[in-house]
Design a protein around this ligand. Structure first.
Ligand code: RP5
Length: 161
């Protein structure tokens, strides 16, 4: 596998989720972590979801970030297909504000976990940081870059005091 082989796979239920999920992709890019991003829907393209998730590990993906809104089945479906860690990003929704998306991921029945983040942009950014922390367990370069990011962030907050 080359240095540019994606380590994180971002999958989202719709192109309309990209506005939020680009925050995850940008954070990964800032940390020098190659990722791939796809819009695939559990209810519109279930066969494609199966193909993507079942081949993720052999393509070199180590962590999956799965985003969806409303009755957000996608992260749970992906987690059912692969044993890679799946981080769920609930999308903000018009009727229930994203509570619907969040509960669809967080309330997975025992046996198939989806590590669910906050609704919206904060969750997308944190999914990238959590993916980085998982990868950092076995990658010194990512560990150093993540630590540098955290240090700079801490110093920025200190300057406001
Ligand atoms: C979900 O339905 C998607 O993840 C998206 O958040 C929501 C709305 O999708 P679109 O109708 O905008 O394609 O499947």
């Amino acid at each position: 596998m080359s240095d540019t082989t994606p380590l994180v796979g971002i999958v989202m239920g719709s192109k309309s989720d990209w506005e939020t999920m680009k925050n995850a992709a940008n954070m990964l890019e800032e940390l020098g972590i190659p990722c791939e991003a796809k819009a695939l829907s559990a209810h519109r393209n279930p066969a494609h979801v199966h193909e993507w998730a079942s081949t993720a590990e052999e393509r070199g993906i180590k962590v999956i970030i799965a985003a969806a809104g409303m009755a957000a089945a996608l992260p749970g479906v992906v987690a059912a297909i692969t044993s890679l860690p799946v981080l769920g990003c609930p999308m903000e929704t018009r009727v229930m504000g994203g509570m619907d998306s969040m509960l669809s991921m967080a309330q997975m029945p025992g046996g198939i976990p989806v590590g669910t983040l906050a609704v919206g942009k904060a969750g997308a950014k944190n999914a990238a940081l959590l993916a980085a922390a998982i990868l950092a367990l076995s990658d010194d370069g990512i560990r150093e870059r993540l630590k540098a990011f955290r240090k700079e962030q801490n110093e920025t907050i200190a300057e406001l005091d």
